[in-house]
Ligand binder design. Structure first.
Ligand SMILES: Cc1ncc(COP(=O)(O)O)c(C=O)c1O
Length: 381
C-alpha cells in the first residue's frame, strides 16, 4: 500500500485541474502581451483567473499579483517593503518558513534593517505582549511578517488580532498564508492585512505558481524588472495554464471546503486516537492535536521510541510505502533538523522521534489504519 501523508509539502493535483491545464496548454499558447488574437485570448484567460481568485478572497483583481509560488511571494513582499516603503524594522517569529527567515537574513545583511524575532510559548504560539512592545520600541517604520498556519506544527495565527495590533501601531502586516489559502476562507477586504503570500500546490493546484495579495495603493514598485506584466511589479511572460489551473484549484477547494474539512478532521482525530493507544506517552508538537488551535490538515508527533530503533523509523516507513515528513529537532552534533521544533521542544521531547503527517481529501481511513498498524508493528517487533 502507498500512503501519501505529506500534503503540507505538496498536494496531488485534482483531476479536473489537470484536464483544464492540458486544455489551456493546447488551446491557448499565445503570449498574453501580444496584441493579436492569440495573445488577447491568453490575456483573457489570465484576467478571468485573476478576477475569479480575487472574488473568492473578496479582494480586488488588481490586488492579486501572480508569482512563481510561496517563496517568491514572501521574498517580494519583504524586499519591496524595505526597498519601496522605507521599512527599517521587520518583526517576525523564529518559526516562520525559511522563505521568510532566509529573506530576512539577507535583508539584515544587505540592507541593514533591524529584524526582531518574537518570543514564543512552549507550543509555538506568538507572545502578543512581546509583539505589542516590539511595535512600540522606537519610531522606525515597521513591517510585521507572521505566518497564518505554521507548516510544521499547524498553529493558526489570529490574523484579525495581530493585524489590528499592527495597524493600531502604524505597522504594516504581511502574512505567509501558504498553508492557509485553499483550506480556510479569507475575506481580504475586511481582514487587517496589507500583504499575503500563497502557493497553488498546497491546495491541489500546479507547482511553480502562486500569488501575492498586495493591498491597493500600497506603494510597492517593481520586484522583477522587465516587461509590463503584473502591472509592472513582476515582469516575465505569465504561465497561463498554471494561472488558470490555480484558479480552478482554489475554486474547487472553496466549493468543497466544509465537506473536505470534516472528512480530513475525521482522519486526523482517528489517527490521534490510534497513536495514543499505541504510544500512551506520545507528545503532539505545537498545537497540532488541538482542533481549534491548529490546522485540520496536519499532525506533528513526537514518538517515544528508543534511539536505536528511531534511527530506522524513516527508512521503515518509506519501505512500507508511507510518505510523511521527518520533523525532528537537531540531534546532538548534527546541524540538520527542524528550526521550528528546535525552538519549541524541551530536551526530553527532543530525544523523541518527531514526524509530521499531513492529510488531504485524497486520503482515507484505511490509509490511517495502515500507518497505525505499521507503527505498532515497528515498535513491537
Ligand atoms: C508556510 C510556507 N511558506 C512558504 C513556502 C514556500 O512555498 P513554495 O514552495 O511555493 O515556494 C511553503 C512551502 O512549503 C510553506 O509551507
Amino acid at each position: 500500500m502507498n500512503v501519501y501523508f505529506d500534503n503540507a509539502a505538496t498536494t496531488p493535483l485534482r483531476k479536473e485541474v489537470i484536464k483544464t491545464i492540458s486544455r489551456v496548454m493546447e488551446e491557448c499558447f499565445g503570449n498574453p502581451s501580444s496584441t493579436h488574437s492569440f495573445g488577447r485570448t491568453a490575456k483573457t484567460y489570465i484576467e478571468t483567473a485573476r478576477k475569479g481568485i480575487a472574488s473568492l478572497l473578496n479582494a480586488l483583481p488588481q490586488e492579486i499579483i501572480f508569482t512563481s509560488g510561496g517563496t517568491e511571494s514572501d521574498n517580494m513582499i519583504l524586499s519591496c517593503a524595505v526597498k519601496d516603503l522605507n521599512v527599517k524594522t521587520i518583526i517576525s517569529s523564529p518559526i516562520e518558513h525559511h522563505a521568510v527567515i532566509h529573506a530576512l537574513d539577507a535583508l539584515k545583511k544587505n540592507q541593514k534593517i533591524n529584524v526582531r524575532y518574537l518570543k514564543l510559548d512552549a507550543q509555538g504560539n506568538i507572545d502578543l505582549n512581546d509583539l505589542e512592545e516590539s511595535l512600540k520600541i522606537d519610531n522606525s517604520k515597521k513591517l510585521v511578517s507572521l505566518m497564518h498556519v505554521n507548516n510544521e506544527i499547524g498553529n493558526i495565527l489570529n490574523l484579525h488580532e495581530v493585524g489590528n495590533l499592527c495597524h493600531n501601531n502604524n505597522a504594516l502586516f504581511h502574512t505567509d498564508a501558504v498553508q492557509g489559502v485553499g483550506h480556510y476562507l479569507f475575506d481580504l477586504k475586511n481582514l487587517p492585512v496589507d500583504f499575503l503570500s500563497s502557493a497553488s500546490h498546497k491546495y491541489h493546484g500546479p507547482k511553480g505558481i502562486g500569488f501575492s495579495f498586495v493591498r491597493k495603493n500600497s506603494g510597492l514598485e517593481p520586484f522583477i524588472y522587465g516587461g509590463a506584466q503584473e502591472r509592472g511589479l513582476r515582469a516575465g511572460t505569465e504561465s497561463v495554464h498554471n494561472i488558470v489551473g490555480m484558479h480552478e484549484a482554489l475554486d474547487i477547494s472553496h466549493k468543497k471546503l466544509e465537506v473536505e474539512k470534516k472528512q480530513i478532521l475525521f482522519l486526523k482525530n482517528h489517527f490521534i486516537k490510534g497513536l495514543i493507544e499505541i504510544f500512551p506517552n506520545v507528545h503532539f508538537n505545537g498545537n497540532s492535536s488541538e482542533n481549534n488551535l491548529s490546522t485540520y490538515t496536519l499532525l506533528n508527533v513526537a514518538l517515544p521510541i528508543d534511539e536505536k530503533k528511531a534511527s530506522l523509523l524513516d527508512f521503515h516507513l518509506d519501505l512500507k510505502g508511507i510518505a510523511c515528513s521527518k520533523g525532528s529537532a537537531c540531534q546532538s552534533g548534527s546541524s540538520q533538523g527542524s528550526h521550528v521544533l528546535n525552538h519549541i521542544q524541551n530536551q526530553k521531547i527532543k530525544k523523541m522521534s518527531s514526524l509530521r503527517f499531513s492529510f488531504s481529501s485524497f486520503n482515507n481511513i484505511d490509509e490511517v489504519d495502515y500507518v497505525l498498524e505499521t507503527l505498532k508493528e515497528f515498535v513491537t517487533q
